[in-house]
Design a protein around this ligand. Sequence first.
Ligand SMILES: Cc1cc2nc3c(=O)[nH]c(=O)nc-3n(C[C@H](O)[C@H](O)[C@H](O)COP(=O)(O)OP(=O)(O)OC[C@H]3O[C@@H](n4cnc5c(N)ncnc54)[C@H](O)[C@@H]3O)c2cc1C
Length: 593
Amino acid sequence: MPSYTPPVKDLQFVLHDVLNVTGSETPGYDELEADFTSAILEEAGKLTSGVLAPLNTVGDKEGCRLENGVVYTPKGFKEAFAQVKEGGWPGLDMPEQYGGQNMPYVIGTAVGEMFSAANQAFTMYQGLTHGAASAILAHGTDAQKDTYLPKMVACDWTGTMNLTEPHCGTDLGLMRTKAAPQDDGSYKITGQKIFISSGEHDMADNIIHLVLAKIEGGPEGIKGVSLFIVPKFMVNEDGSLGERNGVAVGSIEEKMGIHGNSTCVMNYDGATGFLLGEEHKGMRAMFTMMNEARVGVGMQGLAQADVAYQNALEYAKDRLQGRAVTGAEAPDKPADPLIVHPDIRRSLMDQKSFAEGARAFILWGATMIDAAHRAGDKDADGLVSLLTPVIKGFLTDQGYDMTVKAQQIYGGHGYIEEWGMSQFTRDARIAMIYEGANGVQALDLVGRKLAQDGGKHVMAFFDLVKGFIKDNAGQDADYDAAFLDPLKAASKDLQQAGMYFMQNGMKNPNHALAGSNDFMHMFGHVCLGLMWARMGLAATKALKDGTGDAAFFETKLATGRYYMARQLPATALHLTRIQSGADTVMALEAANF
Ligand SMILES: Cc1cc2nc3c(=O)[nH]c(=O)nc-3n(C[C@H](O)[C@H](O)[C@H](O)COP(=O)(O)OP(=O)(O)OC[C@H]3O[C@@H](n4cnc5c(N)ncnc54)[C@H](O)[C@@H]3O)c2cc1C
């Protein structure tokens, strides 16, 4: 059975040596001393490796089951959920006013990575609740906040997001679910939603569904969509639970992965709903939840890649096959371990350098979300908004690829369920699809985010990379050659791709959109390149100062050098593809495929 070791030391390195969180002016960051964050991460680590990880295989094998309208989660989930709640983990970064601990989002993110790696299906119950609570926090009335948030922050009540319908997923303007206004100010919601994660289950007293629907008589298309709070059980004035609302699970889906999470068809039959935010501004309110969810899903890509890598590494050290080409390394044994072979090394280095780079990227993103929310920093808000589709799309595409690489290291055993490697691949696959399929993330990046606020944020990104290179060049020739030169080249590729879109996209938008996936990936590589340059700098400095664990920093530098030499140059291929335009992509008539 696979195991999970929480990457506490690496998280600490990113938080303190690279991002220097205590040096930040973001309110609340001054409290994030290394001892303090280490205590939190260690505690979360114990829970994830000791309680959640062992349930991962159970959840996969057993799945959820629907009986007489009740969804039963796999054995052990309920007890583990109680433990998670008791530890106050769901409310870690939620306001104290509603029972949370008000810690910065960056800490919630670091903890969240471990939860997701240990058991993605399980973690989704609290993850969706967090997203729904954030939407209520941002758009709810005081009365709505008081009614729902204390229970949701504690995860006594869980939350869901209901966008998808049988005939519409990406194109939500086609939505048919209706909201009929009532005299008392509430609405009657009628329609069907599909694929609703955590839509029904046995771990909470109440489930608060956030549902997109069209108010009768409102504008056509996406402009007529509003967001509603639809509780499973009505809530009385005194906070106690009242009668059952008109919402019920119709069925649960059989699916490729995340078996421990219930994916439900939800039927709304004149269910009572309460408007959240303004009429017809539902997408705006839902986006509060979706942006957070997209960063969370990007994290799932990293998390599955990391846990799969950890197990592949153990296997590669253990499994004896063949001899090293340069001479036996374990002559006392019948063969050498897999890890001696260069091609196995290549795969492990791909995985390791991705996971550590992605971890830094996500945490950097989380610091910008904190700066935006806690300090009203508009530039940070703009930059993280630009990078959100990259975090979601690049990290989940790559994360999935890395789980396949980890599975491959097991050879045939990776394909056999008993070893547990296929679960990582199957679980990682959904992250490329939900919260906006990755093709749509690329579309969002190229079609919307690049030009947002007159292109200000993408220019800020390029300035940031340029500034970093300028500030740090010339101090250490090895560092410059290994880190700064490749970063400069990759950033230039990205800029050229942006120029290509500007020059050709206006004439024919197909030229931009045919290159959107490549652009998202090259942007992701540049971000990880920047992260590795920052990590390389921190490691170089620590080694020069002689502080800390030298072996850790040497390993960090070697891993970074690998990423810069073997992964980052992918930007050149992406650029070539982008510059070839849309002609070959669009050449065939649909009938000729
Ligand atoms: C396990 C699971 C859990 C889920 N959880 C939830 C949930 O909790 N709540 C919820 O509301 N939904 C949920 N979903 C739904 C999920 O978000 C949608 O499946 C997803 O957004 C894609 O929508 P779709 O399936 O209708 O695909 P479509 O919209 O039909 O898209 C099909 C493909 O075409 C691409 N595409 C579509 N439009 C364009 C375009 N203009 N340009 C280029 N490419 C395009 C997409 O990228 C995709 O690859 C879940 C789905 C699954 C499988």
